[in-house]
Design a protein around this ligand. Structure first.
Ligand code: SAH
Length: 333
């Protein structure tokens, strides 16, 4: 991830951390209003910030709530149409007449001739909790595609091991009733012909190439892994060894985000769906990446840190992790 112009001035550096230990070198604090204790003033400031961010927060929460309701409906859906391991080729370009408003899905939509493939071949590399997060993220990808204005063909490969077990037990085999998606227990096939292989693009934040558009008749592979940044260049190396092209999302070109630019599987899929609908990367990023990850959004904790009020709990990072955050969103909802 070279050449990324992210303003990291708000992040804690080792220098800043050590400087906060010495109270004499603390940044200048504005004078306290008369008769107000420092703690009361801090509370007041925090409340002020909280109120300022209310609109953005409410909008985001509303959207998440809507998504959650749709996911619930998906899970409760009791009208099996397509079964396990079936391909969705027949559905391609099909127009289905289902009560869209009632179902909250866009079953009338014509699919884009684009395939998003989630490669779940990393079962052994994840903890139990990460595995659970991945199952939630796959459910989210499915429901986002179901309600997308322009859905795509979706494929899940290497659907086996603990992931399959979870879908078969805790998740009650609901995936067997999912429509417009195919599950395969084995790895995707890598075509021998270079020309055919060039239709496949493995997405990786570590790639030197940057996506500009999503093209028809291409297969975009997204790594189905939650690893909290443990495995650097994992998918890049895998794709390179299979002679598959790679590309990263054009994040730096359109939006400033705090922290690393490694997004979760479901966010990458959601961004692609939004781009296919709007043909606008900036909007796609803004709609999908949580406001707190976007630059300009300052959490109360970050503000305290900036004002020098936070010392001991700093760990040297920005205290947030993309995977944790999104996993929490997906899992806790
Ligand atoms: N350590 C893993 C990261 C997993 S994140 C790795 O080496 O890939 C889950 C998946 O989301 C990635 O495998 C990648 O396919 C996709 N992804 C995450 N951030 C991305 C970005 N900025 N650009 C393109 N794809 C990204």
């Amino acid at each position: 991830m070279t050449g990324e112009a992210v303003d990291q001035s708000h992040l804690t550096t080792p220098e800043r951390e050590s400087s906060t230990v010495d109270p004499t070198s603390r940044p200048h604090r504005p004078p306290l209003p008369e008769g107000m204790s420092r703690n009361a003033w801090k509370r007041d400031q925090k409340k002020q910030k909280w109120l300022e961010q209310k609109d953005a927060r409410n909008k985001y929460k509303k959207e998440k709530k809507k998504q959650k309701e749709i996911e619930k409906k998906e899970q409760q859906s009791s009208q099996p149409e397509r079964g396990y391991d079936e391909t969705n080729e027949k559905a391609e370009g099909n127009i289905r007449s289902v009560d869209v408003a009632k179902k909250g899905r866009n079953d009338m939509a014509v699919r884009a001739p684009i395939t998003i493939l989630i490669d779940c071949g990393f079962d052994d590399l994840m903890t139990e909790k990460e595995n659970l997060s991945l199952s939630s993220q796959i459910t989210r990808c499915y429901s986002e595609n179901r309600r997308a204005v322009v859905p795509v063909n979706m494929r899940i490969t290497s659907f086996n091991g603990r992931l399959l077990e979870r879908f078969n037990t805790a998740l009650k085999e609901q995936y067997k009733h999912w429509k417009g998606i195919s599950f395969s227990p084995t790895e995707y096939e890598v075509p021998e012909s270079g020309e055919e292989r060039s239709r496949i693009i493995y997405l990786s934040s570590d790639s030197d190439e940057t996506l500009t558009v999503l093209e028809d008749n291409r297969i975009y592979i997204v790594g189905g892994i939650v690893d909290k940044g443990r495995y650097k260049s994992l998918c890049l190396n895998k794709a390179n060894s299979q002679k598959i092209r790679t590309a990263k999302l054009p994040i730096s070109e359109f939006i400033k985000i705090s922290g690393r630019k490694v997004l979760t599987t479901n966010h990458v899929v959601e961004i692609m769906l939004k781009w296919i609908e709007l043909h606008d990367w900036k909007k796609a990023f803004e709609l999908v990446i949580p406001p707190r990850k976007q630059e300009g959004f300052e959490s109360a904790r970050q503000k305290r840190k900036r004002q020098g009020g936070l010392q001991k709990e700093d760990s040297g990072s920005d205290g947030e992790d993309e995977h944790d955050e999104v996993s929490k969103e997906v899992v806790d909802e």
